[in-house]
Design a protein around this ligand. Structure first.
Ligand code: BT5
Length: 231
């Protein structure tokens, strides 16, 4: 599958929102939007995504039959891209990439269903490349490629690698994606805190089930959490 056309914007509120609108108007599968900066970048659950110039802010349009593995696919594609560029990222389930425990990228998959059928998914990736400073709120949590390399790659190089990896992964089953994610997961075997709304749970992270759910010690499995942190 090819990821084109690629629409390049200087500034946009959110590449995901922009592409959701194009998708509603019938844009082709593979359509990709990339922006130099976002003024209202989105994380999950209404959270904000800080997107100044210097990062890769990109969204791609997919029409999978089964959207279940799409978030993991985005995390895996970006992980493989950074590996091929010489970094040692980890996947923090379900949608983050970390470098030495700090978040370098986040994935936001937004699915539109028509009845039980998946109409489309907009898969967004935010990856910090050249930023050298973060806001006070993010300072202890976030990092960028520039903080791990004296010669961070160009945005175009990261984009090209990511779209190539996505094109290789797009036909994999959820089970295959989970298999490839397993050795790259952060915090397996460690005590973690799961936040689910008001509830906080602590336990040892045992691994992923074949559908990509997180297995906590005792066997409880979670398919989505608000946040996963080291305990
Ligand atoms: C995510 O949400 O990690 C998904 C981020 C997806 C961003 C892309 S950019 C292209 C596309 N267009 C969009 O509008 N969005 C997508 P979540 O797991 O909810 O994490 C959000 C949390 O990450 C925030 O509450 C902050 O704590 C932290 N955060 C915000 N900006 C960050 C940044 N630039 N780097 C690292 N952490 C950040």
């Amino acid at each position: 599958m090819r990821f084109e056309p690629i629409e390049r914007l200087e500034e946009v509120a959110s590449t995901n929102d922009y592409l959701l609108e194009l998708a509603r108007q019938g844009a082709a599968t593979g359509t990709t939007v990339v922006a130099q900066r976002q003024t209202r970048g989105k994380g999950r659950l209404g959270r904000a995504w800080h997107s100044p110039e210097g990062g890769l802010w990109v969204s791609t349009l997919l029409r999978p039959e089964n959207p279940a593995g799409v978030t993991l696919m985005g995390a895996l594609a970006s992980c493989l891209t950074l590996e091929s560029l010489g970094f040692e990222p980890k996947i923090r389930w379900p949608n983050d990439l970390t470098l030495e425990g700090r978040k370098v990228a986040g994935v936001l998959g937004e699915t539109r269903l028509s009845g039980a059928r998946c109409e489309f998914v907009v898969l967004g990736l935010g990856l910090n490349i050249h930023q050298t400073e973060f806001t006070n709120e993010l300072k202890s949590l976030a990092t960028s490629l520039a903080q791990h390399s004296s010669q961070p790659p160009q945005r175009e190089t990261v984009l090209e690698g990511y779209l190539h990896q996505l094109s290789q992964l797009v036909n994999r089953s959820v089970e295959q994606l989970v298999e490839e994610c397993r050795p790259r997961l952060e915090l397996v075997g460690r005590r973690v805190t799961l936040e689910l709304g008001e509830e906080k749970l602590e336990g040892t992270f045992q691994g992923l089930d074949p559908d990509g759910g997180l297995i906590l010690e005792g066997g409880r499995t979670f398919y989505s959490v608000d946040r996963l942190r080291p305990a």
